[in-house]
Design a protein around this ligand. Structure first.
Ligand SMILES: Cc1cc2nc3c(=O)[nH]c(=O)nc-3n(C[C@H](O)[C@H](O)[C@H](O)COP(=O)(O)O)c2cc1C
Length: 265
């Protein structure tokens, strides 16, 4: 059971969320790339407007050129326009986005020619997840730079890690190819949502020895998460959202164990 902030705390939390903004030295504020990175938000409402082919191709090119461990490029991308998604899954792309990319940690392709990790499946899988996630972020930032908004999905609309087995069957993925997330792309409908509560820099960076988090700052963050979620999802709550995840996690965990380690969970 999560704490329920009282009215005054809730109002303070909302004020903190609304006042949240990137901290950038004035001298760097004009840097276009930094502006793009810091202004990015996960967007969940799109106009439905078509993304031109050349713009989408540039986003995919950003994925292709991402960094990866020993340049192994352990990724694959299932690429959709609205009609292919509809045809494949029998429903629209979530949030009526115009394009979607399912990001896959792919160790299958390299194994055709290289056996780098013969007895270390955990490292092999972790490396593939790291690399594919970096390519995902490259796409996300490239899109943003081109005026296209996006959100990464691991759960919403059977789109990622928690539905890996379903996606594996739907896409005919071989063993060693694990779907991680779907990035949906489109033109944002309306202004960007406010920045969700991000932890202060001193809670996430340390010099020398690991610093235990300050409890008060963590309580404040959790409170902002609860209040912020309620403010943006009037009919749901952060707690309900966590419950939805928990309901799916047991099956997803067993599926993933058998997909990654090729043994029953
Ligand atoms: C790997 C990953 C999976 C995510 N899955 C979902 C999802 O299933 N549904 C959703 O609405 N948002 C999803 N998100 C978006 C996060 O909720 C979002 O990044 C976070 O709240 C921070 O907001 P921001 O991206 O605007 O900074 C996901 C993000 C990541 C990185």
């Amino acid at each position: 059971m999560l704490p329920k902030p009282g009215l005054i705390a809730a109002l303070q939390n909302i004020a903190q969320i609304l006042s949240g903004r990137p901290h950038l030295p004035r001298a760097l504020a004009e840097n276009r790339l930094l502006q793009v990175i810091l202004a990015r938000r996960s967007v969940r409402a799109f106009t439905g407007q078509e993304i031109p082919e050349e713009v989408f191709s540039a986003i995919l090119e950003a994925a292709r050129l991402a960094p990866s461990t020993v340049n192994l490029q352990t990724w694959a991308f299932a690429v959709f326009d609205a009609s292919l998604w509809q045809q494949t899954f029998g429903r629209a792309i979530p949030f009526h986005a115009n394009r979607a990319v399912i990001v896959i940690a792919d160790t299958y392709r390299d194994r055709q020619v290289l056996d780098v990790f013969p007895s270390s499946p955990l490292i092999e899988h972790t490396v593939a997840v790291m690399n594919a996630s970096l390519a995902a972020m490259n796409m996300n930032i490239a899109a943003e730079a081109l005026g296209v908004s996006s959100v990464m999905l691991s759960e919403t609309g059977r789109s990622g890690l928690l539905d890996a087995q379903y996606l594996k069957e739907a896409l005919g993925l071989p063993d060693g190819a694990i779907p991680l997330m779907t990035i949906v792309f489109g033109y944002a409908r309306g202004p960007y949502p406010p920045m969700p509560p991000k932890l202060p820099i001193e809670q996430i960076c340390f010099k020398g020895q690991y610093q235990s988090p300050r409890r008060e700052a963590m309580d404040n963050w959790l409170s902002q998460m609860i209040v912020g979620y309620k403010a943006s999802h009037l009919t749901s709550s952060f707690e309900n959202q966590l419950k939805i995840y928990l309901n799916k996690i047991e099956k997803a965990e067993a599926d993933l164990r058998s997909m990654i380690f090729r043994q029953p969970g």
